[in-house]
Ligand binder design. Structure first.
Ligand code: DGL
Length: 279
């Protein structure tokens, strides 16, 4: 019989590690936090080396492994690769005995479930599109799906700037996406974790009748499965105020303000900022 009594289950108060090049992974952290408000988190933003999306596969892999080593040094119990570009280069499902969650697998699965006309658009960085990971993964779930990919490199600096609903962003979105709209896709994968911040502008191009896939939610479901199967243990003691540490490789007051603004509506945890080196 499955062991259901949470009071008696093992507790693990080690933080969950999450990393991205910058602010984008905060959209993933936000979804995971919404589901698991008692957990402690350490978020690593590699702001000194952002963006990843214009870098080579070898460099992205090297940075990502350094980030994971840093998170392990902070004694995390699991690692969420909250960056699609990094997810194309991290095929491991475990790193130094910790489970690793990437954002491409769950996002692809969700897209394959949501599409009704089998036409899916993937919006991502140049590096992610070049790796072809979304096309391969989506087709592995449902080979008849046609996948149309579009790199949107200017979206990352717009999201970092916090121009989440701005006429300039609307214009850039229109320029990148108008051709895709004419192809009649019914599902749009936000294949870069920065892009959910620009959802309003993206929706203005596609209209309300397309399904948007945001992998933050999909990853949270995977983590939930692993909590339920006891592959991972929850932090059980709700009376201990949870902590969120945001570690940046380059200090940025702008990042601190923007990330606090994004996380405050979903969590009352204390947020602590620090500057770290991962090399
Ligand atoms: N947020 C990242 C992604 O999901 C990368 C953005 C960048 O650094 O180019 O791909």
């Amino acid at each position: 019989m499955a062991f259901q009594n949470h009071e008696l289950m093992e507790s693990d108060n080690r933080p969950i590690g999450v990393f991205d090049s910058g602010i984008g992974g905060i959209t993933v952290l936000r979804e995971v936090l919404r589901k698991f408000p008692n957990e402690n988190f350490i978020y690593l933003g590699d702001t000194a080396r952002l963006p990843y999306g214009s870098k080579s596969a070898a460099t992205v892999r090297n940075y990502s492994v350094q980030n994971m080593k840093y998170l392990v040094s902070q004694d995390v119990k699991a690692i969420i690769v909250a960056c699609n570009t990094a997810s194309t280069q991290i095929i491991e499902t475990e790193f130094e005995n910790r489970p690793v969650y990437n954002v491409i697998d769950p996002g692809s699965f969700l897209a394959s479930q949501k599409t009704e006309n089998n036409k899916v658009a993937v919006l991502a960085t140049r590096a992610t599109i070049k790796a072809g990971s979304y096309t391969n993964k989506i087709k592995s779930f449902k080979p008849e799906i046609e996948v149309f990919s579009q790199a949107c490199p200017l979206f990352v600096p717009l999201a970092e700037e916090g121009w989440t609903d701005d006429p300039i962003t609307n214009l850039v979105a229109f320029r990148y996406l108008q051709n895709l709209k004419t192809l009649g896709v019914d599902t749009v994968v936000l294949g870069c974790t920065h892009y959910p911040l620009l959802k309003n502008s993206i929706e203005k191009v596609f209209g309300l009748y397309v399904e948007m896939v945001d992998s933050g939610e999909a990853v949270a479901l995977q983590v939930e499965d692993d909590f339920n199967s006891a592959k991972l243990h929850r932090h059980q003691f709700a009376n201990e105020k949870p902590k969120i540490t945001i570690a940046l490789t380059d200090q940025s007051e702008h990042f601190e303000a923007l990330s606090s603004e994004l996380l405050r509506p979903v969590s009352n945890a204390e947020i602590h900022f620090e500057t770290v080196s991962v090399i």
